[in-house]
Design a protein around this ligand. Structure first.
Ligand code: NAD
Length: 290
């Protein structure tokens, strides 16, 4: 397929490279990052979108996505698919789908989980919003860049699934870190706490796959001095998107709101930027209630 790829950063670079390796004709554009091997460099977003059967975007936020959409939708080929894989607000995803539909184009929001490692390995999970017709065209590309695709419903629902999942993750990691810090103060050994909670009703992915306590459970960023992994500022971005969506939909998310505050404090006032999101544990273990 002839593919335009806009946003060749930490995620987009390896994703575009995997499409090229699979034999697709990929032309890429980024305002800063270099194109990976096998990807032809375009001079602008519009140039790489012109004539492409599928245009993939992997951009930092909804504002940039909307600006890129305004630029490329007018030049995209009739029947082409606008495949956005960025994590953005639900509203921007739906707005971009509408702009595309008004021009007779197909659109999908397909945010990912799996991180930079998953992007490089082609093992991402895609959460997709949009029509069956659009997904049928994009499916071979998603299968190349990822290992799993879940169709979540109409436009915007991929982003909705992503932020609901990550709100669970942020809140669960935060309280798992609190439980380890509390166990310390109660004189309960971390390994004993893990042995009980990991096989009891306190069990979660945050505890048993990504344990925030070093030396306990499987190897995780906590065993590597909390180098990410999944950086705290990325968790904060996703939590803020969840709260923005909750505000717009009038949904009560009190625990999600507290998790957002905790990560904002950590990232913006306590040098948490660049640390793994499980580094809330060393932050809490030094602290009392005051
Ligand atoms: P990144 O900052 O490394 O890449 C974004 C790229 O977009 C940059 O290279 C930047 O130069 C480029 N860009 C910005 N404005 C542009 C424009 N107008 N035209 C063309 N290029 C432009 O970020 P990333 O880590 O690759 O993340 C991309 C998206 O994927 C984000 O929405 C992020 O939330 C999401 N995501 C990231 C991860 C992760 O682990 N990094 C995991 C899941 C989802």
């Amino acid at each position: 397929m002839k593919i335009g790829f806009i946003g060749l950063g930490n995620m987009g670079g390896p994703m575009a490279a995997n499409l090229a390796t699979a034999g697709h004709d990929v032309t890429g554009f980024d305002t800063a990052a270099a194109a990976p091997e096998g990807v032809t460099v375009g001079r602008s977003a519009a140039e790489v979108a012109d004539g492409a059967e599928v245009v993939v975007t992997m951009l930092p936020n909804g504002q940039i996505l909307r600006a890129v959409a305004e630029e490329i939708v007018p030049v995209m080929a009739n029947g082409a698919v606008f495949l956005d894989c960025s994590t953005v607000d639900v509203e921007s995803a739906r707005a971009v789908a509408e702009i595309a539909a008004a021009r007779g184009l197909l659109a999908l929001d397909a945010p990912v989980s799996g991180g930079v490692g998953g992007a490089a390995a082609g093992s991402l999970t895609f959460m997709v919003g949009g029509s069956d017709a659009a997904l049928a065209i994009a499916a071979p590309l998603l299968d190349t860049m990822g290992a799993r695709t879940v169709h979540c419903g109409p436009s915007g629902n991929g982003q909705a699934a992503k932020i609901c999942n990550n709100m669970i993750l942020g809140a669960t990691m935060a309280v798992t870190c609190e439980a380890f810090a509390l166990a310390d103060k109660l004189g309960l050994d971390r390994q004993a706490m893990y042995d009980v909670a990991s096989t009891s009703s306190g069990q979660s992915w945050s505890l048993t796959t990504y344990c925030p306590a070093p030396g306990v459970g499987p190897t995780a960023p906590s065993d590597n001095d909390y180098k990410p992994g999944f950086a705290a500022e990325m968790m904060l971005k996703d939590l803020r998107l969840s709260q923005q969506a909750a505000e717009a939909a009038d949904a009560a998310t009190p625990i999600g709101a507290v998790a957002t505050e905790q990560y904002a404090q950590f990232v913006e006032a306590e040098n948490g930027k660049g640390r793994d999101f499980s580094a809330l544990l060393p932050r809490l273990e030094r602290r009392g209630r005051g």
